[in-house]
Design a protein around this ligand. Structure first.
Ligand SMILES: Cc1ncc(COP(=O)(O)O)c(C=O)c1O
Length: 189
């Protein structure tokens, strides 16, 4: 089982794509892409052509998107707030080769603290999404081999940990209406 967080898809793709050929040949490998519920591109976006940037200057790319005008809430995992994702990753999710899940930030920080206390590494808020998923899968106790990508440390994110520990962190679930509104701005062609 391979688990990684997804902002635009680079760390996840670099980590998991080398195993895609084995999976396509029938090997029993699960690949799980983890994103925040505040920016649920793979889990709630639409699969269509959209601009890669907010102002509409890039070529249109086919991907899961929340609409290029989508502005996600200010969660601490700033690197996971992109409205789209890499087209190759999106295609693999679309074809069910790769699974996608979303978590709110409070349980993600709870997992981050557990990881920091047991492993002595303070993970980045982005990375902690993968850690939360890895812990959940490990707790299912299915004797799986679980590998996750520790994409970055959290040494610059102490304020986020401080907010979590002082109870100031909020969970965001992007509403269906706001997603519909942003998706309505995707170019029609
Ligand atoms: C530590 C860390 N992990 C993951 C990401 C997500 O980016 P990507 O999906 O492109 O790997 C970021 C983005 O800023 C990041 O800072």
């Amino acid at each position: 089982m391979l688990i990684g967080c997804v902002g635009g898809g680079s760390n996840f793709a670099g980590f998991a794509f080398p195993f895609v050929p084995d999976k396509l040949k029938g090997k029993d490998i699960r690949m799980i892409a983890v994103e925040p519920t505040a920016c649920p591109t793979l889990t709630k976006g639409v699969y269509t052509y959209d601009f890669g940037d907010a102002v509409g200057l890039t070529p249109l790319v086919k991907m899961y998107t929340l609409g290029h005008t989508f502005v996600p809430p200010g969660i601490h995992a700033g690197g996971l707030r992109y409205h789209g994702d890499a087209p190759q990753l999106c295609l693999l999710v679309k074809n069910k080769i790769i699974e996608a899940v979303a978590y709110p930030q409070k349980p993600v920080f709870e997992a981050a603290l557990l990881f920091a206390q047991t492993e002595g590494i303070i993970p980045a808020p982005e990375t902690s999404h993968a850690i939360k998923c890895a812990i959940d899968e490990a707790r299912k106790n299915n004797n799986n081999c679980i590998v996750f990508n520790l994409s970055g440390h959290g040494h610059f994110d102490m304020a986020a940990y401080d907010n979590y520990l002082s109870g100031k962190l909020e969970d965001y679930e992007y509403s269906e209406d706001m997603i519909k509104e942003a998706i309505s701005k995707i170019p029609k062609f």
